[in-house]
Ligand binder design. Sequence first.
Ligand SMILES: [Zn+2]
Length: 284
Amino acid sequence: MGRRTGNGTRALLTLALAAAVTGCAAGPDTTEAAEAAGRRSHGKAGAAGFAVQYRTGDKAARATAYLRSRRILEKAADRLNDTVKMPHRIPFVVRACGAAEPAYDPETGSIDFCVEHVDEIRDRFENAGRGADRPDGTGGRDAHVAAVLEETAYHEGAHALIDRLGLHFTGREEDVADQFAAVMLIGQGRAGDSKALTAATDYALAAEESPFDESDLLDEHSLDGQRAANYACYVYGAHPDRHEDLVGDGRRVTEDRAEGCPDEWQQARDGWRQLLTGHLKQSL
Ligand SMILES: [Zn+2]
């Protein structure tokens, strides 16, 4: 369920697999799934839909202040709520998790949004010298970090939708969750393209940081390098005329793959449109 693999997170694999099994067992029957979801809500009051809760206390002041001031999760939650009818309350719980491992928890029906993840992304861009802030203190790195966090919110939001709405599909859930994030970002127009490419950059940097390990093949996620290429392919495929510069030797999308990217994008977007039939408030 977590966003990515990493050297420090493999110990969580067993837990994640157990969580995935629980998610799969949500049941094919909508009523049954809804009742199960109701039980998981632990009787908490509150409006349906995605929401944000801060539970960091005095910890992680910098990351928390950053999230709050830019309203990154609030805006992502609003966009999710404007797009999908979610009959259950799904909180993004901002907290110190002990690892940079944001994840949807099917047991609680909430999304742990770890402050360590915020710091990890900022560190990764800083270490790579990417997105330096401008002299006037605007834009730059903050915008990069915000883009990746928004992608994370949609990826984890997809797990919540799959679980709570009882959606069924073939293929790996982690790839399908990335596809939802791509659809939510690219649907925002050119600014969204840029966010999706920033997320791709983050995955590419993560791939450079953690050399391939055979244990990665056992993980539920695709390799970070593959995820980077997938996002770039969707961006190109949605608007080939806008993004010719993404394609070619040494670029984000190979010539061979580029040919199929429009179809890959269409499959991803149409697949989610179909999955969310009856649940959409506006077209994806
Ligand atoms: Zn995931």
